[in-house]
Design a protein around this ligand. Sequence first.
Ligand code: TXE
Length: 473
Amino acid sequence: MAVGALGDGGRITVVNPATGEAVDVVSADSAATVAAKVRAAALAQPAWAARKVGERVAILARFRDLLGEAQERLATLLTTEMGKPIAQARSEIGALGPRIDFFLETVPKLSEAEVVSRAAQAGETEELIRYEPLGVVAHISAWNYPYFVSSNVFVPALLTGNAVVYKPSELTPKTGLAIAELLHEAGVPVDVFVPLIGDGRVGAALLAQPVNAVCFTGSHATGLRVAEAVAGKLLGPLGGRLQLELGGKDPAYVCDDADPVSAAAALADGAFYNTGQSCCSVERIYVHAACAEAFIEAFVETVRGFRVGDPLDPETYIGALAREAQLRELEAQVSDAVALGATLRLGGKAREGKGFYFEPTVLTNVLPSMRVMQQESFGPIIGIQVVADDEEAVALMNATEYGLTASVFSGDRARAEGILARVHSGTGYWNCCDRVSARVPWSGRNASGIGATLGHAGIRAFQAPKAYHLRLP
Ligand code: TXE
């Protein structure tokens, strides 16, 4: 069976979102090649795991260096495949070095056996934990930050001795292949990191294989399908290792003691960076009535100043959307909001002409029930609602099914932390937003997913603890 994104005989057509034109064609995998590649990965993994962790660290360090050398070429490819402004593409690839460094430094420490209780004399029992790799990790990934979301999985998974079968999004297949090439050039054996090209059908074919972990990054709807597909294996080869990094509808709250102008600048960037296509984009803003007017004015002016245009122009801040269909979703969110009484302060429609552009859009006087305040927008659009006090803000921040990040802008740390403790989210920000660090875990609550990447938790996710009870003779 041939599988391909567009049903054209197992090929993926790469479309440049800035022009809407096809720029390349890539061969897709079939169910048979998926099965063969997973088998090869399973055969290659034990030898990779048997190497010293220091050898794997040296290989991944070489990958980090190669990535740095190829930055400009890769940034141009990424921009052409998914419309990310070139300055932001460079910054995504550039920021990978420090993320990889965290893993290079931390994995060796977390690979050591942990002695829990020592035995000194005959008859006493030492208890220790050794950490084993899981085996073959299947990673199905998204297009919005293809370097970040894939490296959060493959760097710790490879360092801890696993093989990785990686399906990049069908919107960024060439970026996925470029990552694989650099890993192989750095010294990762070709069967230990294996790219698969194709759309959801190739993803589904991968889930049908006897892999030992599934890491999925993508939408909530697909995440549910992935969970259903692997449910029967959770007590088999998967051993419960299912990780889902899903969408968000991330709220921000601007308190009456915040500086409205600096909060507006930070939140406009948090909402519109990457053309609003970040899992942790700010998607809803609540502002205290006492500073609402000043905040909204500063916010609208900041967004008005964002430069929309050719993503290959280094001055561009807002590029084309990766997916044409999302233009219709954003238009539907705007017309729903306006029909129910919202005020359109800026933007509101797709741009005419070539490419998948949507005007940066700000809506005020929104209601919590509006689509724009409930459903992930994943585009350059934001709703702002005025609230009377912290109680109302907390209730509204918790009023969607998601729980990825939340931010509070306030002059008072205790007040902000008190609010964040009551909001259901995997990450809380005070006076900042839309920020990820390799040092702390990245996770979601409720519909935003299960499991964690990054931090120590994101390394342990690729290890199976084995307990030893060793009695001295
Ligand atoms: O997702 P899709 P997208 C989220 C973000 C947004 C989404 C965007 O919030 O919701 O990702 O990514 C494959 N069986 N995050 O549009 O469409 C598909 O081919 C197996 C969260 O790409 O769900 C693609 O490779 N696989 C985040 C992948 O699933 C299937 C970080 C995702 O596709 C499949 C970044 C199937 N039946 C983005 N159908 C976080 N929380 O950190 C499709 N796929």
